[in-house]
Design a protein around this ligand. Structure first.
Ligand code: CA2
Length: 154
């Protein structure tokens, strides 16, 4: 039960959920690797987890690096934290790293798969060094874990 003065009722702000290239294909291909949840399922999971802690969410998915940069920049002033699965840009993008560093928000890097059990080129992330926390290999539950974590630190 909440009342008008409880944190849940007051609203704790917005968490930006960023999904990068090809994650729009979740649930439609390679279920043995990425599971059967669709991107819409992941976003619903994120909304429910965030609401349980009194947050709202903004969900962004794009296959274009510039769109992801714009979303991260816009989070400054509109969001209290970021959850990001940058997909393959994780392993290539200094620009996303610089954007995450610039906005100075608590941020959690999420990967559905355990990238450390996969090809060598997936072992390095340009983002990990500027993110507050990293969650890999927990499947889509990683998004919920990331939101639970942000709820502790925001
Ligand atoms: O494990 C993750 O979450 C990844 O970020 C997924 C990326 C991959 O490049 C990273 O190394 C690890 C790939 C996303 C592709 O998503 C698909 C989902 C379903 C079907 C095909 C691709």
């Amino acid at each position: 039960m909440t009342d008008a003065t409880s944190p849940v009722a007051a609203g704790r702000g917005t968490i930006l959920i960023v999904n990068g290239p090809n994650l729009n294909l979740l649930g439609t291909r390679e279920p043995e690797k990425y599971g059967t949840s669709t991107l819409a399922d992941v976003e619903q999971l994120a909304i429910a987890a965030a609401e349980s802690h009194g947050f709202t969410v903004d969900c962004v998915q794009s296959n274009h690096e510039g769109d992801l940069l714009d979303a991260i920049h816009a989070a400054r002033g509109t969001a209290v934290g970021i959850v990001i699965n940058a997909g393959a840009f994780t392993h290539t993008s200094v620009a996303l790293r610089d954007a995450l560093a610039a906005v100075e928000l608590p941020s959690v890097e999420v990967h559905i798969t355990n990238v450390h059990q996969r090809e060598e080129f997936r072992h390095h992330s340009y983002l990990s060094g500027v993110c507050t926390a990293v969650i890999v290999g927990a499947g889509v539950h990683g998004y919920r874990l990331a939101i639970d974590y942000l709820a502790e630190v925001v």
